[in-house]
Design a binder for this molecule. Sequence first.
Ligand code: ZN
Length: 277
Amino acid sequence: MTDRPTVITVAITGALPTKKDNPAVPVTPDEQIESTHEAFEAGAALAHIHVRGPNQEPSSDPELFERVGEGIRKHCPGMIVQYSTGGRGRDQAQRGAMLSLRPDMASLATGSVNFPNSIYENPPEFVEGLAREMLANDVKPEIEVFDVAMLYNAAALVKKGLLKGPAHVQFVMGIPNALPARRTLLEFLISEMNEVLPGATWTGAGIGRHQFEVNKWCLELGGHCRTGLEDNVKAARDRLAASNAELVSMVAEAAGEYGRRPATPQEAREILGLAPA
Ligand code: ZN
């Protein structure tokens, strides 16, 4: 039997981590392209991108997204580019501003949830508006499930014709006030997903110290994996890994123990139903 491919996502930057938290967090477009390239060589097939302004603050500037996306396409042949529509406060008009650049994918949280010190606000009208824009620009959403209701909300979007099946879902576990990192919960979510979103593919993301544990559950349960400094900025302090590439290597190396291997970009595109690069 040959090993089954797993799509490794690298979330290189995120909305919150700064150089102060970890000097390896890439914040300028050049740093982001270089960090993605190293992660690509380590086995990542999908890059999840936030961009930052001049003071490392989260930005919605489509020009920055375009520079990073172009650099990745040039240096990482075939790698899937996914732009984040989250992590930029409450200005909803800005959050989808870069969808017209037509990245391969964009994140779509299908509900609101409490984060450690804030509310991540995604009201119904806004979710539908973003879904419509993604559909119009031929951008495949990654449904971000931060709380259980979001899974069923995604199924409702399919019914309304705002989300094409098969969907791709990401279960985010380990954020205080949101879903805990519990394997029983992940197994429940997968079984519910299989019922309400038939044929869907899925990734699990563990936040902070849960990252590698969730990676291993995903490898074992047949899912795809997400790692990167966005979710685990203290990896260096905890002597786990000092860069995005090292975090990707940990997943790539663990994969074999579960009969898995990193998907190539081409395989990742087939698995997620995306057009060839
Ligand atoms: Zn993100």
